[in-house]
Design a binder for this molecule. Structure first.
Ligand code: ATP
Length: 303
């Protein structure tokens, strides 16, 4: 459904994308996982035709998205990070307005609006002005507006930021249902638990480059993560850290992502092992995959 090749984009000296490739098939959910500034929004904006790349191509359902923007844009739905709904319009009017923009025929729009509202738990609110909705309800409406025309490619940029637990669960269910009906979905998030709940194909992007792709289990397997996390009473010197291949993951807390027995760690630490407070085996999880792939922790966005 989507094929992206060699996408590069610089803003002055900042290389937001450095030659990224991405394929998403019908019915597939791809979770784009990356820290702040990794290049996720830039990539989505280029795919949606909102931004021109310096180099690279985007093909949506066989159409060159840059040359055939009109046709390509009818095939896609995007919910950017900032909610773009109109406060003075009702829920129904917002949904119909976005359906109209996407080229949905007039007679079909009311039915589409009601169906999307039902799936997102907004039926009771159809005739309420969007400005009078709660934050979570506005988030749901924002997502609904992106897919009221049943796009073949749906892109959601951090759709759950600021949403409560119930809204999150509802959005995740909705995204899965949308993919089950055949849409290709790109979903950016900082929340690893959402990636797991979506059962998505995970793409790790860092510093404008795609570094890894696979299901959760494939990535954990590929990176054979059975490391150790240990805490000391003091900071470990840079040289020792490098020697151990340890990454600082908290105050005086370090992580080694390689097979290493506790005894071997103690031996490597030598006299410094007197300062050990705790050592534990790292459970293989997505966080450790991210750390192994990028050399950094994924900062979780607090809301
Ligand atoms: P976040 O998770 O914070 O939304 P992101 O992965 O979506 O981050 P982008 O917004 O794509 O990242 O930004 C990639 C890089 O490009 C960052 O270094 C950012 O500061 C820079 N950047 C993005 N937009 C612009 C712009 N309009 N002008 C200059 N630099 C920009």
């Amino acid at each position: 459904m989507l094929s992206v090749r060699g996408l590069a984009k610089a803003y002055g000296d900042v290389h937001a994308l450095r030659g990224a490739d991405l394929d998403v098939a019908e019915g597939q959910i791809v979770a784009l996982l990356g820290k702040n500034g990794a290049g996720k929004t830039t990539m989505i904006s280029i795919i949606a035709g909102l931004l021109r790349p310096d180099t690279g191509t985007v093909t949506i359902d066989g159409f060159d998205a840059q040359r055939d923007l009109d046709r390509a844009s009818k095939l896609l739905g995007i919910a950017p990070q900032d909610t773009g709904i109109y406060g003075v319009l009702t829920v129904r009017e917002n949904l119909e307005f976005f359906a109209n923009l996407a080229g949905v025929e007039k007679g079909v729009r009311p039915g589409r609006a009601e169906s999307v509202a039902e799936q997102l738990g907004l039926t009771e609110l159809l005739d309420r002005r969007a400005s009078k909705l709660s934050g979570g309800e506005q988030r749901r409406l924002h997502t609904g507006c992106a897919l009221v025309h049943t796009p073949k490619l749906l892109m959601l940029d951090e759709p759950t930021v600021g949403a409560d637990v119930a809204t999150r669960a509802q959005l995740i269910d909705f995204v899965r249902a949308t993919a089950n009906k055949g849409s290709a979905v790109i979903y950016t998030t900082h929340y690893l638990n959402e990636v797991e709940a979506l059962d998505a194909d995970i793409v790790i992007i860092d510093n404008g480059q795609i570094l890894a792709r696979g299901t959760r289990d494939e990535l954990v397997e590929q990176h054979r993560l059975q490391g150790l996390e240990f805490t000391l009473t003091e900071t470990l010197a840079e040289a020792t850290r490098a020697e151990l291949g340890a990454v600082e993951v908290g105050t005086h807390t370090y992580r080694i992502d390689q097979d290493l027995a506790v005894g071997a760690l103690v031996a490597k630490l030598g006299d410094r092992s007197d300062h050990l407070v705790s050592v534990e085996a790292v459970r293989p999880d997505l966080e450790s995959v991210f750390l192994a792939v990028t050399g950094d922790r994924l900062e979780e966005v607090s809301d």
